[in-house]
Design a protein around this ligand. Sequence first.
Ligand SMILES: [Mg+2]
Length: 198
Amino acid sequence: MNGAQLGALLDTACERLASTGDELRELDAEVGDGDLGITVTKGAAAVRTRLATLDADVLPNDVVLAAADAFGTANPSTFASLVSSGVKAGAKATELTDMSTAEVVAFGRAVAETIARRGKSAVGDKTILDALVPSLDAAEFSADGGALEAATAAAAAGIEETAAVAAKKGRAAWAGDRGIGVPDAGATAYLRFLEALR
Ligand SMILES: [Mg+2]
């Protein structure tokens, strides 16, 4: 996949992702301030605007860096800032060239590592990492051509598993036991993004 193809794919995915804003706002509002809906809808729109400015011969790594920058600057939010800095660090560490499964998994590992370090969080804390990390494991060991489908299923399973516990990070942690049974909004945003990519 070249940069122009990646840009077109991300543009379509972001268009679809924006339609999940109401769901994400409601999930986030159950345990927090509900701002995740606007973070994702405004962020997705900003990514699309930025993608439209890129040259046709842009490299995949630069597409990812531009998208991350647009998402992170669209609005002030901890989620946007962590995702944006994580994706930028992942792109810098991996230098994406062809978007092969091996390359994307290595990129995703670097993203997860950065989010974990900057967010001082780990798998099991009920954050985006509970969907992201299992999705990378599943993609890495998936059959040829089945990486995205395997990643999506694993992300959904990870969210379901951690819905049963109380959050340990972010504003959702203040809700304590009230959050038990509520899927994590940030992890759900990632799942909806994978679904939009498919
Ligand atoms: Mg929030």
